[in-house]
Each structure stands twice: as C-alpha cells, then as structure tokens.
Design a binder for this molecule. Structure first.
Ligand code: PHE
Length: 339
C-alpha cells in the first residue's frame, strides 16, 4: 500500500498542466471528495497498528505535494493570462485618450491676456495676501476713507496690516514701484471680498486689471484701447463710458458695451436695455503715481479693471457663478472643444 502511495507522489511531482481544465481535473482526482487521498484516508483504520505511523506520514506527504502543485500551477496559469491581457493582441485599437479641458476662467483669462499682449501689454502678478499699503493706502484710500467700504475686506485677525487683496490694483502698485514709464501691463489674478455667496456674487473671484503710463496719455487713449478690446473680445463695436467714482482714478468711468436686443437672452442679461456693464476705468490719480515713485508732472496714464467670471458668464451663458468653483466634471467637460 505504501508503495502505491509513493507511486502517486512520483506522479504528482511529474504532473504538468497547460490549461485550467487539466488542473481542475487533477485537483478533483487527488483532493476531491471522492479523490485518491480520501480513499487512502479511509483505508487508514484497516492498516495494522505498527504500520500506521509510516502510512500516515506518507499520505500526508502526498496531500501536501498535491496541494502545493495545484497552487503553483494555478499561479503560473494566472500570470500567463495577465501577460496575454497586456501584450496579447497588438493589432487591437488603442485605448481612447481622455482629453482634459481648460477651466472656463482660464480660457477667458488667456483670451484677455492675448488681446492686450497684441498691443504691447505684458503680464504682471503679485501676492494674494497683501499689506494695507499696496491694496489701499497707495491707491489713495487712506485709513478711515469711506471708499474702503466699497470692497468688504478679509483681514488677518491678528494683524490688521495683512489682508486678502480685494483687487489686483495692488499688483499695479507693486509694478509701478519697481518700473518707470513707459508702462503697459495687465494683472490677472484671484481676489477676495467678504460678500454673501449667491448666484451672482462670490467671496472669491478673478480680475484682470490694466495699467498704461507714459507721457501725454489722454482719456481718448483709454477709450480707444477699450474699444479695441471689446471689438476683439465680444465682436461688439459700440461702447459708452458712464461717469463713476474710484479713489485711484480721476476722472473715473464705468464701461458699458452695447450687447444688442436680438433675442430673449439679450433682454434678460441686459435687463431690457441692450447695454451691459463690463468694467471700471479712469485716468490714474496723480496721488497714486506719486505714491509709487512716478513723477505725475511728467507722466499720466489710465487704468481699468474687469471681473473674469462676469465675462465668462456672459460668453458661455452660465447662470450661476458658484459653478466655477465646484469643479463638477459635467460642467468642466463642456469646455473641451474650446481652445
Ligand atoms: N480696482 C477696481 C475694482 O476692483 C476696478 C478698477 C481698476 C477701476 C482700475 C478703475 C481703474 O473694482
């Protein structure tokens, strides 16, 4: 009997399988309920006592051999299958590459930058965490000036001199402090205002501000530059400047473009007037030039500033500003085709 078992051990050792089916048949043959091993175990009680020890050991050796064999071959077969999955069919069609898309804010920002770059403006950037001087005081907004209320500010609690910038005019101050005219720069960036969040306004949004300083710069230059911009950006060639107030410009104006009243959407977004406000602008106040180390007797200039979200909402007909910050892929994917 023991010789018979040893024969099986030799057979198990030799066994090889190239398919899962062969392996399964082998497993059932040895390890199945009615398999060879169980038959031997059943024989156990008929074995004379003095042989029991040797018999038991040999059976156990067969069992371990069979089990290891099954496990080894199974692993080898599975590895082979994986290889096939990767390299199997080299003529199969390639996996589709999922293209990403730019965020609509970046799309509009890049478009604005390009339009101004084409007429000689460079791009300047500055910190989002600002000090009082660059965000307010240098811009003709001294402490306790009531116009500071126009922009509800997030201050750092432990230090009232540190705040989150409320506009990128702070970048213009930094730029003027470091560069003498001629200056042509636009400053895109994220700004922060302590405002209630709604479909129309958010406590975080983006601006592009522009600054042009040279000898003999006039209001006509400002108007012509803005007209050029609105033509390029919106394809609209009618603008109007309404008198307004900003502490850092004098005179100041708000820029409206004539959007038209051709369909229902036009009526809705222009509140039935056909006109749409898109930015603030003005001639840089001489005080601001002096604060930044530029001689206001020799130089003059203009500045303007616009909100990127507002323009993106107009161009893409987005009804709720909060969509820009939720990063819902169903929203973002809609901008895939736009470069
Ligand atoms: N800084 C202004 C704002 O955030 C916009 C502006 C810039 C107005 C430049 C005039 C000139 O509202």
């Amino acid at each position: 009997m023991i010789d018979k078992i040893k024969e099986h051990i030799a057979q198990v050792e030799k066994f090889e399988a190239t398919s899962k089916e062969d392996l399964e048949a082998f497993r059932i043959k040895y390890l199945g309920k009615k398999g060879i091993l169980n038959d031997f175990f059943a024989e156990f009680r008929n074995v004379p006592n003095e042989m029991k020890k040797e018999f038991g050991q040999t059976i156990n050796a067969l069992k371990t051999k069979a089990e290891t064999k099954v496990a080894d071959i199974r692993e080898a077969l599975e590895n082979k299958e994986e290889d096939k999955g990767v390299y199997g069919d080299l003529t199969r069609p390639a996996e589709p590459i999922n293209l990403g898309s730019r965020h609509p804010i970046s799309l509009v920002k890049n478009q604005i930058i390009e339009i101004f770059a084409n007429v000689g403006f460079n791009v300047s950037e500055g910190p989002e965490i600002e000090d009082d001087w660059h965000n307010f005081t240098a811009l003709n907004l001294p402490e306790y000036h009531p116009a500071r209320d126009m922009q509800d500010t997030f201050f750092i609690q432990t230090n009232p001199d540190v705040l989150l910038r409320t506009h990128t005019s702070s970048v213009q101050v930094r730029y003027m402090e470091k560069n003498q005219p001629p200056i042509r720069t636009i400053s895109p960036g994220r700004v922060f205002r302590n405002e209630a969040i709604s479909a129309r306004s958010h406590c975080i949004f983006h601006q592009v501000e522009g600054l042009y300083i040279d000898k003999d710069v006039s209001f006509a230059d400002l108007k012509q530059t803005l007209l050029y911009f609105t033509k390029e950006m919106f394809g609209k060639s009618k603008i109007r400047l309404r008198p307004s107030y900003f502490p850092f410009t004098e005179p100041s104006a708000e820029v409206d473009i004539y959007w038209g009243l051709n369909n229902e959407i036009d009526y809705r977004i222009t509140k039935g007037t056909g006109w749409l406000e898109i930015m603030g602008c003005g001639m840089v106040d001489p005080n601001v030039l002096e604060n930044c180390g530029i001689d206001s007797k020799e130089y003059s200039g203009f500045a303007f500033g616009m909100g990127i979200e507002r323009i993106a909402m107009l161009l893409y007909q987005i009804g709720d500003i909060r969509m820009f910050y939720e990063n819902d892929v169903r929203f973002l994917e809609q901008f895939k085709s736009v470069l």
